[in-house]
Each structure stands twice: as structure tokens, then as C-alpha cells.
Unconditional design. Structure first.
Length: 284
């Protein structure tokens, strides 16, 4: 039976560390502040903004919400982001998606200062992942690696199979895992025999969004399985992995919910504090 890698426990630990770091910034006269830009009233985005506000409060990070009407012009949205870029009391900017159809999402992402891009989505931050530079990495791929690290599971020299090459998770995760000296195989929807690859993996990272995609017979005994997938089945949140069967075969596994997804928000707040260090370097 696999060890269950508990994301909630890890999040509690990271929150304790964040609180200390926030206090250190406050002693230096800097009050870490996250700004969230929400356009329209998409229910999931509103719920996430409320959740973020609570988690930020837990670690004494200030929270600033910019809520724009759904029909606001793109120029207005860009001017709001520009003001947040210029505002020295704001240290991170999170643009909640989806945006209304009349908005060019990439244009808005490109307008966020890379050092305030807590989501690690700006092309400069994405580019630094390839070059191995120190930058702000996206929170979900970071969380996949952080949960392993917190449980003392190293991936150096291991064969890691990343299932999914999506822009949010898989594509960045493959480079971050490579930087930790894993040997990487990347699979996607055009991979003819997924099981052939996953059965040879020491570590499987799944980031697809298809419930039950990774079944017990696709996993090598003793492998580590990290499930970043999120789907809803009959109103219940589940991952890509057939958890009940795979947990009998793997040596360690993240549950969904309660695994990777439980850490992503605190990792984003970690990014906020990293961004402050980067912003300080610019002003010195
Ligand atoms: P995405 O952009 O939709 O990418 C999905 C990837 O899965 C694509 O690369 C696709 O291949 C691949 N795929 C589809 N069917 C497949 C199959 N049968 N076998 C192998 N690969 C297959 O997704 P994303 O935005 O990166 O997100 C991935 C998952 O992570 C989603 O479930 C999302 O909800 C979840 N997520 C979780 C968190 C969190 O906090 N835990 C945060 C963000 C996202 P192609 O490239 O060939 O199309």
C-alpha cells in the first residue's frame, strides 16, 4: 500500500514558513501585497478569489481585488494592469481566467511585469524555464515537485514520465523535472501506447484532466505517482489516476483532492515573496 502524500499537511507547513518570511519583509518596511484581477463574474473565478483572500490573510499577505465589469474594454483592463505594475505597494498580480471573449488574453499576460507575475505565465518567465534561469515558475508544476521534496522523494536519476504537455502544467513540469536531473519521457494525446511508457516510469506525473486515465496495470510496482489532473465526476473532484487501484501498486501517491491542488495557492504566495526579492534587486 502506497504512502499517501498529503498536500494539506504540506500546505500547513509552507504557510508557517510563509508567515515567518512575510514578517521579515514587514520588519524591512515592506508589506507583501497580492493583487487579483477579475473580469466579470465567472462563479469559479469569484470563488477562487475569495479563497485566495482567505489564504493570503492566513499568512498576513495583503490582498487587493480589482474587479472589472465583463464588458470593460481591453484598453481599460490594460490600464488597470499598468497601474498595478507601477504601484510599489503591490508585489504580485494574478489575472484570473477565463477572460471574456473580446479580450486578447496573451496581450494582457504580456503586460504584467515579469517580477510581479505570481502565476509564472509571462513569456519571459516561461522562457527562463527553458534556459534554467531563476525566475517565477508556475505554481502547479512547482507543487508537483514540492510535494515530493517535502516527503524526501528525490527524482534525480529517475525515469519520470510526464503525461500531458499542456501549457499550464505538463510543458513546464517537464523542464523543471529535467532541471532536477530526472530522465524525462513526455506523453500526450497522440502517444500511441501510453501504458508502454508509464510501466517503465519510476515517477509518473499526470496532468491531463481525464478521470481514470492511469490505471493499476499501467504502473510499475513501487513507482511514485503524482496526479495533477482535476475533473468532476458526479459532482465530485477527481484526478487522472485510478487512486484505489494504483495505491495498491505504487510506493507513494498524491490523492485528488488533497494532493497537488492543496499546495498550488501557497506556492503562488511563495512566488509573490520571490517576486519581492526580484523587485528589490531592480531598485537597488
Ligand atoms: P491541457 O492544456 O488541457 O493539456 C492536457 C494535456 O493532456 C494535453 O497535452 C493533451 O495532449 C494531453 N492528453 C489528453 N488526452 C490524453 C491521453 N488520452 N493520453 C495522454 N495525454 C493526453 O491541460 P492543463 O491546463 O495543462 O491542465 C492539466 C490538468 O491539470 C487538468 O486536469 C487541469 O484541471 C489540472 N490543473 C490542476 C491544477 C491544480 O491546482 N492541481 C492547476 C491547473 C491545472 P495534446 O497536447 O496532444 O492535446
Amino acid at each position: 500500500m502506497a504512502k499517501i502524500l498529503d498536500g494539506k499537511e504540506v500546505a500547513i507547513k509552507i504557510k508557517e514558513e510563509l508567515k515567518i518570511e512575510v514578517e521579515q519583509w514587514q520588519q524591512r518596511g515592506i508589506n507583501p501585497c497580492l493583487a487579483v484581477v477579475l473580469m466579470g463574474d465567472d462563479a469559479a473565478s469569484v470563488a477562487y478569489a475569495n479563497f485566495l483572500q482567505k489564504v493570503a490573510a492566513d499568512v498576513n499577505v495583503k490582498f487587493h481585488l480589482e474587479q472589472l465589469p465583463k464588458d470593460a474594454e481591453e484598453d481599460y483592463l490594460l490600464s488597470v494592469v499598468d497601474k498595478l505594475n507601477q504601484n510599489k505597494k503591490v508585489h504580485g498580480i494574478l489575472l484570473l481566467l477565463p477572460l471574456p471573449e473580446h479580450i486578447d488574453k496573451q496581450q494582457v499576460i504580456d503586460s504584467i511585469l515579469p517580477a510581479k507575475d505570481v502565476d509564472g505565465v509571462h513569456p519571459i518567465n516561461r522562457g527562463y524555464i527553458l534556459s534554467g534561469g531563476d525566475c517565477i515558475y508556475p505554481a502547479t508544476p512547482l507543487s508537483c515537485l514540492e510535494i515530493l521534496q517535502r516527503y524526501g522523494i528525490g527524482i534525480e536519476g529517475k525515469h519520470a514520465v510526464v503525461v500531458g504537455r499542456g501549457e499550464t502544467v505538463g510543458k513546464s513540469l517537464m523542464y523543471l523535472a529535467l532541471a532536477q536531473n530526472a530522465t524525462i519521457t513526455v506523453c500526450h494525446s497522440k502517444t500511441p501506447d501510453l501504458a508502454y511508457h508509464t510501466k517503465r516510469a519510476d515517477v509518473i506525473f499526470s496532468a491531463v484532466g481525464k478521470p481514470g486515465l492511469i490505471t493499476g496495470d499501467m504502473v510499475k510496482p513501487g513507482a511514485v505517482v503524482v496526479d495533477a489532473g482535476i475533473s468532476q465526476v458526479d459532482g465530485k473532484i477527481c484526478g487522472d489516476v485510478d487512486f484505489e487501484n494504483v495505491k495498491e501498486i505504487a510506493s507513494a501517491i498524491t490523492p485528488v483532492p488533497g494532493g497537488v491542488g492543496s499546495i498550488t495557492t501557497v506556492m503562488m504566495l511563495k512566488n509573490l515573496l520571490k517576486g519581492i526579492t526580484m523587485q528589490q534587486a531592480f531598485v537597488q
